[in-house]
Design a protein around this ligand. Structure first.
Ligand SMILES: [Zn+2]
Length: 87
């Protein structure tokens, strides 16, 4: 992977990631994407819901619960519970 990415290229990568639901991506790819987007101040938006905040693994069969306007997803790899508002 090359080092210099333009904002546009990174947004493109993120879109690709969301469209494929993170398939074929490992946690290293995600860490790389995270770094790239941070360096350009690009928000992950939808993409951040596709992987674990803690270990960066893409969910493949997570436990999902919806409670009081909060969605919680338990990572099947590290067991970390990721939460976000769904309002
Ligand atoms: Zn995890």
């Amino acid at each position: 992977m090359k080092k210099d990415f333009s904002r546009k290229e990174i947004e493109c990568l993120l879109n690709e990631f969301v469209e494929s639901s993170g398939k074929n991506k490992n946690s290293d790819d995600i860490k790389r994407l995270k770094k790239l987007s941070m360096s350009k101040n690009i928000k992950f938006k939808k993409a951040r819901k596709l992987f674990c905040k803690k270990c960066s693994a893409v969910y493949c069969n997570p436990k999902i619960r919806i409670k009081k306007g909060m969605k919680t997803v338990t990572c099947e790899k590290c067991g970390f519970v990721n939460r976000w508002n769904i309002k």
